[in-house]
Design a protein around this ligand. Structure first.
Ligand code: CP
Length: 307
């Protein structure tokens, strides 16, 4: 397509090829080797309308390691504050001959809308409650490195699934690759589409985690909830926070994931988050750079054909 807007619709061979390429970048990154000329002369703009630590930094690092010129647009000090619309902002960036536009936006569908209006390759860095495709790719790469495969694994995605673009992208990717998906959370935080997507729904952490190979925790997204409907942190942790007692139901060699940012003591106990035997949270962040290098590499091939 020339853009990366969603995981939904990607075919398994394309996903595998992206993961293979990302794996090779992960090895180069560990060896401290960079490939500085692949994106030489290309411009990448990070356009983040929502806060980010991992995604924005790793797109910047990934672009720099491939030789691109990077501009981090600070939306909070931009003319968006003077009332400029998303599409006018996009047209402005387009007039500056941007090659790659990485966008995060609170509105589901904003990156797809932009992709129709600009010449740049658009990458969705998270849109509302819709998708966060590079997060699912980095999660899949981390799982594949730890477990050697995706097919047949039992993956439990736990907590605030309703507001999670991370969960949605992971469900699409991991189902396409043959994993067995479960979601675990209170009925108020599980979207009805899970059943339609063939995902097992659990409201009890014990049954949800039973025999799981991968336990993926999600952040409780208070900013997307009506203030009156935010669960009490203490009660949420008691029933759905991952601690040693709940994790004991998963396989003894299961891995624990969290996309970050974490709410320690709400969805995950610090002792689990920091357990070097089980937690792969640091590796997820590391793989984020490699995956974004792979995505930039693949999308820039279309750009090369266009010039
Ligand atoms: N996982 C993730 O998207 O983190 P950031 O919000 O810090 O980018």
């Amino acid at each position: 397509t020339g853009h990366l807007l969603a995981i939904e619709g990607l075919e398994p061979p394309h996903i595998s090829a992206l993961l293979d390429l990302a794996e090779s970048y992960a090895l180069l990154n560990r060896q401290g080797k960079t490939q500085r000329d692949l994106l030489k002369g290309r411009t990448l703009i990070n356009l983040f309308f929502e806060d980010s630590t991992r995604t924005r930094t790793s797109f910047e690092l990934a672009g720099k390691r491939l030789g691109a010129d990077i501009v981090n647009m600070s939306v909070s000090t931009s003319s968006v504050n003077k009332g400029e619309t998303l599409l006018d902002t996009a047209a402005t960036l387009n007039a500056m001959h941007t090659d790659l536009l990485v966008i995060r936006h609170a509105q589901s569908g904003a990156p797809a809308l932009l992709a129709q209006k600009v010449d740049a390759a658009v990458i969705n860095a998270g849109d509302g409650t819709h998708e966060h495709p590079t997060q699912a790719l980095l999660d899949a790469l981390t799982i594949r490195r730890r477990k050697g495969r995706l097919e047949g694994l039992i993956v439990a995605i736990c907590g605030d699934v309703l507001h999670s673009r991370v969960a949605r992208s992971n469900i699409h990717l991991l189902s396409a690759m043959g994993a067995r998906l479960r979601v675990v959370g209170p009925p108020t935080l599980i979207p009805s589409e899970c059943a339609r997507l063939g995902v097992e729904v659990h409201h009890d952490m014990r049954s949800g985690l039973e025999g799981a190979d991968v336990v993926m925790m999600l952040r409780l997204q208070k900013e997307r909830m009506n203030a009156g409907l935010v669960p009490s942190p203490r009660e949420f942790f008691r029933f759905y926070g991952l601690d040693a007692a709940k994790l004991a139901h998963a396989k003894p060699d299961s891995i624990v994931m969290h996309p970050g940012p974490m709410n320690r003591g709400i969805e995950i106990d610090s002792a689990i988050a920091d357990d070097p035997e089980r937690s792969v949270i640091g590796e997820q962040v590391e793989m984020g750079v490699a995956v974004r290098m792979a995505v930039l590499d693949v999308l820039s091939r279309d750009l090369r054909r266009n010039t």
